[in-house]
Design a protein around this ligand. Structure first.
Ligand SMILES: Cc1ncc(COP(=O)(O)O)c(C=O)c1O
Length: 380
């Protein structure tokens, strides 16, 4: 006889618990050091950002009141798109309520039946989930392995109408990024459509914080940029930018993620309008963030496996098993330090990790207690 609904859920959850993979949402009390957020410049409580958000809400209302094709599209949204296209050097743009929805829309709706998507093995779940549909043809290449990508391109480029390559700029769980110049060079040999998720590159890379494409000086060569306001831009919401006007028109006509959802709130549009201005001018803070990341990586590398080649604020510390990840997280929490414990299926079976993410206000003194704690744990 089939298990009852509740029994099935409970027994699946019990299996997760036994494997140390159970997840729960919780409040963290007594935290004095948060190494688990993505607000890289601490703008969430910035008074200028709050003031502009309040002003925009006062002008246009608490919510947008409707989906964008009805009456939800407001002057603050238009102003925000204009700011984004000018910052990220693209001609056309549209907004989404979340980066998750934007990635789903791009990956689900742009490829047709005789198209192929080549995607980095570690791309974010918001893209990966959209790949896993019966109608989508895709192949994954090893993380950052552009030689393998070239092999796949050489084999597939004439077998499909359009080939897409999808990658993150700064990878959310690894803090590394592809050689975008090299990737763009491949486009000359194998003309593909490049989709770049700049969720974590935005704010921290490039002279004005426009992301990895600015840092690598290839802004013109990226066909579709996806980004979110939920990380360095201190709010929520997202955007798709491109030089190909049919992309925006197509998503506007086909993407349910856009058409059938109450549009981004004026408050959130106000947050992004203010935070973009601040991030563009934050070159000193960008530098501080790189320096503190480099310093911390160098400190940790003496006793734990850590990548010192990158200076992004996301630092993965591989601790082996899910149980270890939970243990270290709990140890940190007991000392008032919040870190992420990332376990499968977010990462591979042997990839459980503590995910550190830094912000530009952190000093070496702030981080010393964390380093000492981790060193003690590693030497046990
Ligand atoms: C690389 C990447 N893309 C997309 C998203 C989704 O963005 P949002 O939080 O706006 O839904 C995230 C957030 O976790 C992310 O890390």
């Amino acid at each position: 006889m089939a298990e009852s609904f509740e029994t099935r859920l409970t027994s699946e959850l019990n299996i997760s618990r036994e494997k140390n993979l159970f997840r729960r949402t919780r409040l963290h009390e007594g935290v004095w050091l948060n190494l688990s957020g993505n607000d890289y410049f601490n703008l969430r409580n910035n008074h200028e950002v709050l003031a502009q958000a309040n002003e925009t809400a006062n002008m246009h209302g608490t919510g947008s009141g409707a989906s964008p094709l009805l009456s939800g599209y407001l002057p603050c949204h238009e102003e925000l798109i204009e700011k984004l296209v000018s910052w990220k050097k693209k001609k056309y743009g549209m907004l989404f309520n979340t980066g998750f929805m934007a990635n789903q829309a791009v990956i689900k709706h742009l490829p047709a039946e005789n198209d192929l998507i080549l995607a980095d093995k570690f791309i974010h779940h918001s893209m990966a989930q959209a790949l896993n549909r019966r109608s989508t043809k895709f192949k994954r290449y090893n993380h950052l392995d552009l030689d393998q990508l070239e092999e796949l391109l050489a084999y597939n480029i004439n077998r499909f109408d359009t080939v897409f390559v999808a990658t993150e700029s700064v990878f959310s769980m690894d803090g590394d990024y592809p050689d975008l110049k090299k990737l763009v060079k491949l486009k000359k040999k194998y003309p593909f459509i490049l989709i770049l998720d700049e969720a974590h590159g935005t704010g921290i890379l490039g002279n004005t914080g426009a992301g990895l494409s600015e840092q690598a000086d290839v802004q013109n060569d990226v066909d579709v940029i996806v980004g979110t306001f939920g990380k360095a831009l201190a709010g929520m919401g997202a955007y798709v930018l491109t030089n190909l006007s049919p992309v925006i028109q197509y998503l506007t006509n086909k993407a349910g993620e856009y058409i059938y959802s109450t549009f981004l709130s004026p408050y959130q549009a106000g947050v992004a309008l203010a935070s973009i201005d601040m991030v563009i001018k934050a070159d000193k803070k960008r530098e501080m963030l790189k320096n503190i990341s480099q310093w911390l990586r160098n400190q940790l590398t003496d006793f734990i496996q850590v990548e010192t080649k990158y200076t992004t604020p996301i630092i993965p510390l591989l601790v082996g098993t899910p149980k270890n990840a939970l243990k270290v997280q709990e140890l940190c929490l007991n000392n008032g330090i919040l870190v992420g414990a990332v376990r499968p299926p977010t990462v591979s079976a042997d990839g459980s990790r503590i995910r550190i993410s830094l912000n530009s206000d952190l000093s070496k003194e702030d981080l010393m207690p964390f380093i000492t704690l981790l060193q003690k744990w590693a030497e046990k």
